[in-house]
Design a protein around this ligand. Structure first.
Ligand SMILES: Cc1cc2nc3c(=O)[nH]c(=O)nc-3n(C[C@H](O)[C@H](O)[C@H](O)COP(=O)(O)OP(=O)(O)OC[C@H]3O[C@@H](n4cnc5c(N)ncnc54)[C@H](O)[C@@H]3O)c2cc1C
Ligand code: SF4
Ligand code: SF4
Length: 430
């Protein structure tokens, strides 16, 4: 492992989703020097993978990409993607030490132009995690079309070391000698913006995700609805047919003690209402039904957005789906209790979308050696003064932004990042 000289900054922002980017830009605009560390290959978090956003139906990429570009180009922000921090220690007030670990991409980032000639030649195809397994990608790959930085990565676990990429690269950017680089770091404050994880629906066996091909997640549906979508239309995975009777199952992995997540994910009702409207635009002849306990349309313009969906013909059914079974043709039978009529019903759909919930990212807990960061009862980063100073954590000088502290939508993540950056600036200055 290669070692490098110590780096020193005002604030360390961990996580380059919308909350991390917003916090970094705010501080950088106040002339603080910021280091932003992102675990993944690109900035943008979950938002960069979304289609449009509720309730305005603005294009998610059109909002995220300028924000990501601004973060990358800001002279006061230094970015490390495909990197992590560990062993954070508070040495004294306004002095934290940590170790930054830069993982090898096996490509020289300064040389790679993102031309993808190597990708064309690579013979290995594996599932594309950025398209949520809907299609394949090569072992050497640009993560996704609007990734930033736009350089390739070699997935060394699947690479067969054939050397074809090395042969065709016009700028000799492929470098199989790269290894982890560790860099000691000193900062005055820390912002945790490590975001959330998605509920794994294979945990609910009765919904058949992973077994019934026409049961997909809402994130897979987001990918089918984006302009950079894997297919040219919305298709059923089993046979590539266009669906015409689609069901959404809300609260998959939320408000459910049986899977250990009793709380509301706050976003699934509205993203399902959004997707239903987008589907009616993409497939005008389709029927869309939403099965739910209730619709939580609590934010500004949300109730009107829900009513708009009702007006467009989206059907809402009150009742939790108990079980899905698959017919030979790939269609799915949903068994549920219609709460309003007090009857058990069975209905047939040709595609089912699971509105999967939000879970805490366990990484946040592992970042700190001393003192340790405290979690709340649901395993999110604990806000020690939730009412009067929501960004505060149990460590003075460490603040939390976005969904690291609990489920929230994009506007609330941005607001929370604004508050975290203000608290961080205040802490450094006083
Ligand atoms: C299907 C779906 C549809 C949605 N639609 C909408 C919508 O229409 N409108 C809306 O307002 N909201 C929507 N949301 C919610 C939205 O995605 C979130 O509000 C938003 O992404 C939260 O941003 P964040 O920065 O807090 O977290 P994230 O987007 O999760 O970003 C966190 C970042 O931190 C990085 N990270 C994680 N661990 C580490 C680590 N240890 N070190 C360094 N980096 C790390 C991650 O790689 C990631 O880049 C939707 C969510 C889903 C799942
Ligand atoms: S060496 Fe690996 S990444 Fe390069 S072309 Fe061969 S399989 Fe693909
Ligand atoms: S590694 Fe070389 S061939 Fe591959 S995208 Fe980068 S510049 Fe192009």
């Amino acid at each position: 492992m290669e070692q490098q000289n110590e780096l020193s900054f005002d604030t360390l922002v961990i996580g380059g989703g919308i909350a991390g980017s917003e916090a970094a830009i705010n501080l950088a605009n106040l002339n603080y020097k910021v280091i932003l560390v992102e675990k993944d290959l690109s900035l943008g978090g979950k938002m960069i993978h979304l289609s449009k956003v509720f309730p305005t139906l603005d294009c998610a990429a059109c909002i995220t990409t300028p924000k990501v570009s601004e973060t990358i180009r800001h002279p006061n922000i230094t970015i490390y993607t495909y990197s992590e921090v560990k062993n954070i220690v508070k040495v004294s007030e306004k002095k934290f030490t940590a170790t930054l670990v830069k993982k090898p991409r096996y490509v020289n980032e300064d040389l790679c132009t993102g031309c993808q000639e190597c990708e064309d030649k690579c013979p290995v195809v594996v599932k594309d995690q950025f398209q949520y397994d809907l299609v394949g990608r090569k072992a050497v790959y640009v993560p996704f079309s609007i990734a930033n930085p736009r350089v390739v990565n070699i997935d060394i676990e699947n690479c067969i070391l054939c050397g074809l990429c090395e042969k065709v690269c016009p700028v000799d950017a492929i470098d199989f000698t790269q290894e982890d680089v560790e860099i000691p770091l000193t900062v005055k404050s820390v912002i945790i913006a490590t975001g959330f994880e998605l509920f794994d629906p294979t945990q609910i066996l009765r919904y058949g995700f992973g077994k019934f091909k026409n049961v997909v997640t809402a994130m897979q549906m987001e990918r089918q609805l984006v302009p950079t979508r894997p297919y040219n239309s919305v298709l059923r995975p089993k046979d590539g047919k266009m669906p015409d009777n689609i069901a959404y199952i809300l609260c998959t992995g939320s408000r459910d003690e049986t899977v250990g997540n009793p709380i509301c994910s706050q976003i699934c009702c509205m993203y399902s209402v959004k997707q239903a409207q987008l589907l009616l635009g993409a497939l005008p002849m389709a029927d869309v039904s939403i099965y739910c306990m209730d619709i939580r349309a609590f934010g500004k313009g949300f109730c009107e957005f829900y009513q708009q969906a009702v007006g467009m013909g989206v059907e809402f059914h009150k009742g939790r789906v108990a079980k899905i079974t698959e017919k030979e043709n790939g269609n799915l039978i949903l068994r549920y209790e219609d709460i309003e009529e007090g009857k058990i019903k069975e209905v047939e759909h040709d595609l089912v979308v699971l509105s999967i919930g939000v879970l805490p990212n366990p990484d946040a807990k592992l970042l700190f050696d001393s003192p340790v960061i405290e979690s709340d009862e649901f395993n999110y980063v604990k806000q020690t003064d939730e009412l009067l100073c929501p960004p505060d954590t149990n460590i003075k000088g460490v603040f939390v932004a976005g969904t690291s502290s609990g489920p929230m939508d994009i506007p609330d993540s941005i607001l929370s990042a604004g508050a975290a950056s203000a608290c961080s600036a205040n802490y450094i200055r006083n």
